[in-house]
Design a protein around this ligand. Structure first.
Ligand code: IPE
Ligand code: IPE
Ligand code: MG
Length: 233
């Protein structure tokens, strides 16, 4: 793979955990365990490829609609493994960041998230942005609320104002957004930031993903012509 024209920021809608388990007559929760293993593989691969930012869509603002058992299980995985993987972050200089509605998370999970972000803040390798209790619409609503609280005059509000009040304004917009498991929709992922992202859809279920799949997605990205509304010569 050529290392020129690498995406700086890749976002992944990690979908298909439930189907992976159902195909094997296992409980959906088993799919989430395998999905977590895939996430670790892909984080390592992204770090090795020199990607700067990787946003992982882990739990959406709509995923609370699932059974209490499944929601509790996913939150339990976050609690059990997020900080426990510190040695892995340290070895690979991975910084963990957060995007989403922190106040809507159970308090122990929110504390865990804040702590892991603080403890890895000085790592200068790949930044992994955990999109947890994340919704693109919710992120925009929270941005508008922050703007209103500051009493910024209406005449001064521009696209930059909205941008500056999103969860991580210093993170560049995603160049490439990947969705696994055959679905071709955004499901409320990075709505504002994805205005000019390239999309890559894969039929493979998320627990089956490995470094070679990420490489295929990046190769596809490298062939695209991005025009941003302009004209290429
Ligand atoms: C993605 O896998 C993980 C989360 C949304 C938390 P799913 O659980 O949505 O898997 P499918 O789509 O039901 O197969
Ligand atoms: C999107 O997947 C959310 C995450 C991957 C965390 P969903 O499985 O929730 O999306 P829909 O319901 O198929 O649109
Ligand atoms: Mg799904």
């Amino acid at each position: 793979m050529t290392t020129s024209n690498m995406p700086a920021h890749v976002g992944i809608i990690m979908d298909g955990n439930g189907r992976w388990a159902q195909h094997r007559n296992m409980a959906r929760t088993q799919g989430h365990i395998e999905g977590l293993k895939a996430a670790k593989r892909i984080v390592k691969a992204a770090a090795d490829m020199g990607i700067s930012y990787l946003t992982l869509y882990t739990f959406s603002t709509e995923n609370w609609k699932r059974t209490q058992e499944e929601v509790g299980f996913i939150m339990g995985l976050v609690k059990k493994y997020l900080m426990a993987e510190f040695d892995f972050y340290n070895e690979n200089k991975i910084r963990i960041r957060f995007s989403g509605n922190l106040e809507g998370l159970p308090q122990d999970i929110a504390q865990e998230v804040v702590q892991v972000c603080e403890k890895t803040a000085h790592f200068t390798g790949l930044s992994v942005i955990l999109a947890l209790n994340y919704g693109g619409r919710d992120e925009i609503v929270r941005a508008v609320r922050k703007i209103t609280e500051k009493h910024i005059p209406i005449s001064e509000i521009t696209e930059a104002t909205i941008h500056d009040h999103l969860d991580n304004p210093d993170v560049p917009d995603p160049d490439l957004i990947i969705r696994t498991a055959g679905e071709q929709r955004s499901s409320n992922f990075l709505l504002w930031e994805s205005a000019y992202s390239e999309f890559y859809f894969s039929d493979k279920l998320w627990p089956d993903w490995d470094a070679a799949d990420l490489e295929l997605a990046i190769k596809s990205f490298q062939k695209r012509k991005r025009r941003f509304g302009g004209i290429t010569t």
